[in-house]
Ligand binder design. Structure first.
Ligand code: CP3
Length: 351
């Protein structure tokens, strides 16, 4: 596939100089946009994910409003547990819910571990291919997956949780089985990301949203090795197919071991808003950094958003080298699209 015309994101990820920072926003498609809510009124959430025409339509919606440098394919991290045979519903006001979460290590036997990922999740690849066709190279399409630890949390908790104590119980009480589950998930993530790149994704992000629940010891023992292996293997396999796709890890709340990502194959490290840019620059001297305005800052006035953006970009060294502008986590569902526009415009105005 030809490279996109606007390859600012890819160049920044690779460490090349750019005219201004590239910008995209986590969760830029979906819940806060009226045009998404209109589609969502007609169809169930996973039906949209599984229907390439609908998924690509929603993927492209934010590009019509904002001068973004990338789109992220409309999907969800929970498509992997679904591929393993677990049922997941999206309940109003609740979010994702598993009618039969994993309760005891014996439940691992119920997972369909020998699933052919490329078949089970082929609909995501089709959505990416269709999106790339429609983009006609305007901007790159981002592929993604949930990190093994975050997926393990949802598979055990069965829904969002304040403490993820159920999943942590596994780490402390059943470490061997935890490693088995994390291994299964790691291997699926690898295949799935490679498949997304083959389908046309030009940037791959791994979301470890729930890493914030782990202290350094548990993160090092359980979550980090999976993240490291995913980047190493995906890069390796893509290289064999003459593909070179930058990879980003977003591991929320792991400021306590940021330097460890220096020794991984990720090109980009996504930062949440609690991390001071100067600290990250010092800990990750060779990596491109992505982030990290507090999503709450989009409740400010448009004038204040512009000031906050300027301050952020200055703290990352001006943004023309090894920097990708983003929020420090997903845009909130009640964000005013006009304020999202103010954020994107403030970045694209940088000269
Ligand atoms: O532009 C985009 O990023 C949209 C694609 C996307 C969705 N989910 C769509 C979605 C992406 C990249 C995700 C990732 C995702 N899903 C994460 C990691 C990123 C993060 O925000 O932490 C996680 C933890 C999930 C699991 C998940 N899916 C939760 C906890 C929820 C409920 C809360 C919420 O985000 O609304 C979802 C539902 C979901 N995923 C919606 C959308 C548009 C809203 C569901 C609806 O329409 O009913």
């Amino acid at each position: 596939m030809d490279p996109p015309h606007n390859d600012r994101l890819l160049r920044a990820a690779k460490g090349d100089r750019v005219d201004r920072p590239p910008v995209w926003v986590m969760r830029q498609a979906g819940r806060y946009l009226q045009e998404f809510k209109n589609v969502r009124k007609k169809y169930n959430f996973f039906h949209i994910c599984q229907t390439p025409e609908l998924a690509s339509k929603v993927t492209l919606q934010p590009l019509k409003r904002f001068k973004l440098d990338a789109v992220i394919i409309f999907s969800d991290i929970l498509v992997i547990p679904q591929a393993l045979g677990m049922s997941v519903e999206m309940l109003p006001e609740v979010g994702p819910s598993f009618p039969r979460p994993l309760k005891i290590p014996g439940d691992l036997a119920l997972l369909e571990c020998d699933v052919d990922v490329d078949v089970a999740l082929g609909y995501v690849y089709e959505a990416i291919s269709l999106t790339c066709q429609k983009l006609e190279g305007r901007v790159p399409c981002i592929g993604f997956c949930g990190a093994p630890w975050t997926l393990m949390c949802y598979m055990i908790e069965g829904r969002g949780s304040q403490t993820v104590s159920g999943a942590k119980k596994w780490l402390y009480a059943y470490p061997k089985e935890s490693h088995i589950l994390l291994d299964i998930l790691t291997n699926i993530c690898i295949k799935f990301l490679v498949g997304q790149a083959r389908a046309g994704a030009r940037y791959l992000q791994v979301f470890d949203t729930l890493a914030l629940h782990l202290g350094r010891d548990l993160f090092v023992k359980f979550a980090f090795p999976c993240l490291k292996k995913i980047a190493a293997k995906v890069k390796d396999e893509l290289k064999q197919q003459d593909l070179d796709v930058p990879m980003c890890v977003f591991s929320k709340g792991t400021h306590h071991c940021l330097e460890m990502f220096e020794d991984t194959s990720y090109d980009v490290v996504g930062l949440d808003w609690t991390v001071e840019p100067a600290y990250a620059l010092q800990k990750l001297p060779t990596k491109t950094l992505q982030g990290n305005l507090d999503p709450g800052a989009l409740y400010s006035s448009k004038e204040d958003i512009e000031v906050l953006v300027k301050e952020m970009v200055a703290k990352f060294g001006g943004g023309k080298s090894k920097y990708i502008a983003n929020l420090g986590h997903g845009v909130y569902p009640d964000c005013e699209p006009e304020n999202m526009k103010a954020f994107v415009d403030a970045i694209t105005a940088i000269v």
